[in-house]
Design a protein around this ligand. Structure first.
Ligand SMILES: NC(=O)c1ccc[n+]([C@@H]2O[C@H](COP(=O)([O-])OP(=O)(O)OC[C@H]3O[C@@H](n4cnc5c(N)ncnc54)[C@H](OP(=O)(O)O)[C@@H]3O)[C@@H](O)[C@H]2O)c1
Length: 216
């Protein structure tokens, strides 16, 4: 069975999740604590390779717990095994899975195998259905998707996302090149847009938290 996927992101009022230079410090400290609590409730956290390369995240729950046992599995969607070997995602503080495609150079995949588990799914890009099936078989029941825009679009358009949690910060970044919550090809007509149901909303200081369920 595939995991239940919660997409979580912080964005500016104009929907940007990073500036055109990739700067992405958006939400306040209280929201960061919320994110770490949500991570702790999930079995795994997943990001795309561009997010990894831009932010070098730890993807742990270190703001709320120092116990490595509380850290979920970390998953990187990385067709070509480009994850740098010195990045924090490969630290020993949590298990890491690198999902690659058949296109990944064998030598790079072998190097990653020394520090992480490597799953091959798909011929060119990572086949997300295959990856979700694989994670489900490993007992991953809930997965937190933490971007970026390209992976968010692929996961949403494949019908693999069940819930969204968005922090809207009181900021406007602008920039047609700046990444938004969801990029990708997009739909042609608004009637084809993905429909959501607002389940809950609240504020954390100046940040607005919105919780949605995906309907179709
Ligand atoms: N504010 C926030 O909450 C937040 C959260 C996360 C990220 N961000 C920001 O988002 C930016 C990165 O977003 P991004 O859109 O450039 O990249 P991304 O979604 O992080 O990564 C996309 C890459 O993943 C790989 N991939 C492999 N299989 C895929 C598939 N089936 N579908 C989609 N992607 C697949 C592709 O690279 P390969 O073909 O090389 O594998 C693709 O280019 C960064 O600036 C980061 O700071 C912000």
């Amino acid at each position: 069975m595939k995991p239940r996927v919660i997409l979580n992101a912080a964005m500016t009022l104009d929907g940007k999740i990073a500036t055109k230079t990739g700067s992405s410090e958006i939400s306040g400290e209280k929201d960061l604590i919320r994110v770490h609590k949500l991570r702790q409730e999930c079995d795994a956290i997943m990001v795309g390779i561009n997010t990894l390369l831009a932010d070098n995240p730890r993807l742990t729950v270190h703001k709320i717990s120092a116990d490595p046992a509380d850290n979920p599995i970390r998953v990187v969607v990385d067709s070509q095994a480009r994850t740098p070997l010195n990045f924090r995602i490969l630290s020993k503080e949590a298990p890491t899975i690198i999902a690659v495609s058949e296109k990944a150079p064998q030598e790079r995949a072998d190097n990653l195998l020394k520090k992480a588990e490597v799953i091959v799914c798909g011929k060119e890009k990572v086949d997300l259905d295959c990856l979700m099936e694989n994670l489900g078989r490993r007992g991953v029941q809930t997965l937190m998707l933490e971007g970026g825009s390209t992976l968010n679009y692929s996961m949403l358009s494949a019908g693999l996302v069940h819930d969204l949690r968005v922090c809207v910060a009181p900021l406007i970044a602008g920039g047609s090149q700046a990444k938004t919550l969801v990029d990708g090809d997009g739909v042609e007509y608004m009637k084809d847009a993905l429909r959501l149901r607002l389940k809950n909303s609240y504020t954390l200081n100046q940040d607005l938290i919105l919780e949605y369920e995906v309907l179709n």
